[in-house]
Design a protein around this ligand. Structure first.
Ligand code: PXL
Length: 245
């Protein structure tokens, strides 16, 4: 029995967050465990409000699971507060959790903050405790402090985030014009993942970052090497998007 834990926000619309992550884990044959960082009131178009769970209660959710389950991979998404980010870091350290995929969620697509004002610093402090981080362009830019308008700047941001302690950095280029290009940096070289742009209303793309990061975590839980996990996650995301309208 292989398991993966998602530490993320709850999305009542089911397209992002905890609800989506559990579906993704199950699609890869992995048992989905979850610890909720924040409740959200949202649909596929916008986030109306959030209510963040106190960090001691986040910790209780995870430690209670650990009494009974071995956890083979962890996906971290919306944290809600820098206190929750610090708790996630402590849990990884204390329980020697492995295969940590951090989706560096800062804001919803519509601009609603999904972590508090000190969140960027708290996420930077989490980087050395991860296996791979998956920022989109706005997140990569904020975390690295590098403006990103082209592929060279994407590479510079990936290098900078690597230097902050993340072993693998996957910068997702979907926010640039043209065909989407994701860039992976492993400390030595870059790997390029070219995609085909899928068109549609913005609701169609709600939660795509969650799906990709959860699918990578599922791959790692299934003992896949990281680059295989990324390729399989991207193909799962494309299939899921094709099935949505
Ligand atoms: O995709 C960012 C994200 C992550 N997690 C939750 C969300 C959102 C965006 O709305 O609601 C719970």
């Amino acid at each position: 029995m292989r398991t993966a834990l998602t530490i993320a926000g709850a999305d009542p619309s089911g397209g992002a967050g905890i609800q989506s992550d559990i579906k993704t884990f199950e699609a890869f044959g992995i048992i989905g465990l979850s610890a909720i960082t924040s409740l959200t009131a949202q649909n596929r178009s916008y986030v109306k409000a959030t209510k963040t769970v106190p960090s001691d209660f986040l910790k209780a959710q995870v430690t209670t699971l650990l009494e009974e389950f071995r956890i083979h991979a962890v996906k971290i998404g919306m944290l809600g507060s820098s206190a929750n980010a610090a708790t996630a870091r402590e849990l990884i350290r204390e329980y020697k959790l492995k295969n940590i995929v951090l989706d560096t969620v800062l804001r919803s697509t519509g601009g609603h903050p999904l972590i508090d004002k000190k969140g960027v610093g708290a996420i930077r402090a989490l980087l050395p405790f991860t296996t791979i981080v998956t920022p989109n362009l706005p997140e990569a830019s904020i975390i690295s402090g590098i403006e990103i308008e082209n592929e060279t700047q994407m590479e510079a941001a990936a290098k900078e985030i690597f230097s902050m302690g993340a072993p693998f950095v996957l910068v997702k280029g979907g926010h640039l014009a043209g065909e989407p290009l994701d860039i992976l940096f492993d400390g030595k070289r870059f790997e390029y993942y070219e995609g085909k742009r899928i068109r549609g209303k913005k609701e169609r793309f709600h939660g795509t970052g969650c799906i990709l990061s959860a699918a990578i975590a599922a791959g790692l839980a299934n003992r896949k090497p990281i680059k295989t996990a990324i390729l399989e996650a991207k193909s799962y995301l494309n299939k899921t998007l094709a099935e949505r309208s």
